[in-house]
Design a protein around this ligand. Structure first.
Ligand code: PLP
Length: 361
């Protein structure tokens, strides 16, 4: 008989991250780019795949890909770079690096769920500081500084723009947090392709900042590639615990190829941003509160008590979104909708109107 009592009870009891079945659905739940590559590009990519030496281990240092990332993202030479199997893996590495007994992780809430989950898995305490729901989810600087003073967190996460609220935090407030932090501050830029702003130019000035990006939201979610930029000491320490071949040969090749053709993705990002504004307008004209977004999704406040029924009604009409409603939480009555193609946004609106005509009788 296997005896699970040897395992850490908090992990045995944990509810794993839930990914809903999306077969046949209009998929507006996970901030994916709805567009594929142009045919010529796809053909050029796939013909090169047959030449890759899959019998060999990948380049453990991903040297060529790192060089391409430096060029396409404008990363200065004096900052170091580390790659992860998605930014999720880098979040996990950060937890492992910083999980001294008693060490704490702090982030505003609501924010990316993996911050809390990864902290917990590493045995760190997570401290959440609520954003101002009444002020479009701005940072509560007073509370953030008080929590930093009280808890002395080893690790602070600031998602810029924030998921699931979509907003860019005030940069001066972020700088005050960075200057007050006793440990590392991670600025996560998963949505940078849609944001029109970045913290990258400020990383050099702060030895305790690590900036993280991913190719997932840009249009390569299936590839699993994230990266982090920071002063050398942090990247060297992370490298000590990185699995040597964490970025496989297919990912290294494909990401390198894609970034050499970054203009294709930039164009797609422009279409998504334009569509975001159209969908926002359509929902505002239906009397809904749409929070300002610098990302490829929008957070929408629906009628009081209606979010669960709207989510279920949309799902039964083959439209999948994210339901963030929880009574008495910061996202009470809120849903999150990723921006799809124009046709997908139309399908969402038609389904929404249909659901509302049922709910309102
Ligand atoms: C989507 C998202 C990620 C996940 O990135 P991967 O590279 O796909 O692991 C990380 N951080 C934030 C804030 C996100 O919204």
């Amino acid at each position: 008989m296997t005896n699970l009592s040897v395992a850490r009870p908090e992990l045995v009891a944990l509810k794993a991250y839930q990914v809903p079945d999306s077969q046949g659905m209009v998929k507006l739940d996970a901030m994916e780019n709805p567009y594929l590559w142009p045919e010529e590009l796809s053909a050029e990519w796939s013909s090169a795949l047959t030449t890759l030496p899959l019998n060999r281990y990948p380049d453990a240092d991903s040297a060529e890909l790192k060089e391409t990332i430096r060029e396409s993202m404008g990363i200065p030479d004096h900052l170091s770079l580390i790659l992860g199997n998605g930014s999720d893996e880098i979040i996990q590495m950060l937890s492992l690096l910083l999980a001294k007994p008693g060490a704490k992780v702090l982030s505003p809430t609501p924010s990316f769920v993996m911050y809390g989950m990864s902290a917990m898995i590493a045995g760190m305490e997570f401290v959440g500081v609520p954003l101002y729901a009444k002020d479009d989810f701005a940072l509560d600087l007073t509370q953030m500084l008080a929590a930093i003073e009280l808890h002395q967190p080893a690790l602070i996460y600031l998602s810029y723009p924030n998921n699931p609220t979509g907003n860019l935090f005030d940069k001066q407030a972020m700088i005050q947090i960075i200057e007050a932090a006793p440990g590392l501050v991670v600025v996560e830029e998963a949505y940078q392709p849609f944001a029109g702003d970045s913290f990258l130019p400020l990383v050099s000035a702060y030895e305790n900042v690590l900036l993280m990006r991913t190719l997932s939201k840009l249009g390569l979610a299936g590839l699993r590639l994230g990266f982090a930029v920071a002063h050398r000491k942090w990247i060297n320490a992370l490298n000590n615990l990185r699995m040597p071949y964490n970025i496989n040969t297919l990912t290294q090749y494909t990401a390198n190829f894609a970034l050499k053709n970054i203009s294709v993705f930039d164009q797609q990002a422009k279409l998504i941003v334009a569509q975001r504004e159209i969908l926002t307008g359509a929902l505002v004209s239906r009397g809904l509160k749409v929070f300002p977004s610098a990302a490829n999704f929008i957070l929408v406040k629906v009628g009081a008590g209606q979010a669960d029924a709207i989510y279920a009604g949309l799902k039964s009409r083959q439209v999948l979104i994210k339901n963030l409603h929880q009574a008495d939480s910061e996202t009470e009555d809120c849903i999150r909708v990723s921006i799809g193609k124009a046709s997908e946004c139309s399908q969402f609106l038609i389904a929404y109107d249909d659901v509302m005509s049922v709910i309102c009788g």
